[in-house]
Design a protein around this ligand. Structure first.
Ligand code: ADP
Ligand code: MG
Length: 256
């Protein structure tokens, strides 16, 4: 696997890249995010784990404003997330997102999937966007699939295209929400390897996953959520060998 490039200013600068302060969100009567305080430093890889329904996806979705919040603040690289408008589109593009379900544009070729956002949101020159798209597709190992449509690719290939598409926007941080959960087992590693390489290259990453091998080898920190709260934060070593809370102990006993 060749290197996947990371926006240069990510590496040069320092400080918290993502900061959530006292964030609360409800879905009707459900208090889905409760007093969330979470900061992610530049270059840090944070793995978020927890039972189904604990609010992990909602947390990801608030970070790029696919969901609004009721109170608290979220800043990306020191800038508060605006509620709407052009500024929001630009800031949202700083946050790359990869979903469980790939979410590629079915009627666009693989290449066009990776070109589109560059031209529309980043206002990139078409030719430059295509060169960058081809380079990124090569880097995630699907360069030969550039002219195909998503449905002609395996799930693992589609997910790698989705990663290339997100990277094409030069995001400051990448969010992955269970990126391998919908994949056949034999395709999980090819996606995790791309993510491992990104982590080694210094990308700031928030990864919701049940892949504990990935958490152990790539994460700087594990965040354990239950019932809309961050119950525990620790290094992978600490968390897996010595979870402090009963909720985490119970969760680990079920998945390990
Ligand atoms: P996780 O990703 O940890 O499984 P989610 O963030 O998807 O958890 O969901 C947390 C809770 O919020 C669940 O109880 C879920 O049913 C609920 N929820 C998620 N999205 C919505 C929504 N758009 N409207 C109402 N309830 C929602
Ligand atoms: Mg989820």
């Amino acid at each position: 696997m060749t290197e996947v490039s990371v926006a240069k200013d990510d590496v040069a600068a320092t400080g918290d890249l993502v900061a959530l302060r006292n964030v609360n969100k409800h879905f009707g009567a459900l208090h889905v995010l409760q007093d969330i305080d979470l900061t992610i430093a530049r270059g840090e890889v944070v793995v978020v784990i927890g039972p189904s329904g604990s609010g992990k996806s909602t947390l990801c979705r608030t970070i790029n404003r696919l969901e609004t919040i009721d109170s608290g603040t979220i800043t990306i690289d020191g800038k508060p997330l605006p509620q709407e408008g052009r500024e929001l589109a630009r800031l949202r593009a700083d946050v790359g997102m990869v979903f469980q379900s790939f979410n590629l544009f079915a009627h666009k070729t693989v290449l066009d999937n990776v070109i589109l956002g560059q031209v529309k949101v980043r206002k990139a020159d078409k030719q430059k966007a295509e060169e960058k798209a081809r380079a990124l597709l090569d880097r995630v190992g699907v360069g030969a699939q550039a002219d195909k449509y998503p449905a002609q690719l395996s799930g693992g290939q589609q997910q790698r295209v989705a990663i290339a598409r997100a990277l094409a926007m030069d995001p400051k941080v990448m969010l992955f929400d269970e990126p391998t959960s919908a994949l056949d087992p034999e395709m999980i590693n090819e996606v995790l390897e791309v993510m491992q390489q990104l982590a080694r290259d210094g990308m700031t990453m928030i990864v919701v996953t049940h892949e504990m091998g990935f958490a152990r080898s790539a994460a700087n920190r594990v965040v354990f959520m239950a019932d809309g709260r961050i119950v525990e934060e620790a290094t992978p070593d600490q968390f897996f060998s010595n979870p402090r809370s009963d909720r985490a102990k119970d969760f680990l006993s079920k998945i390990l």
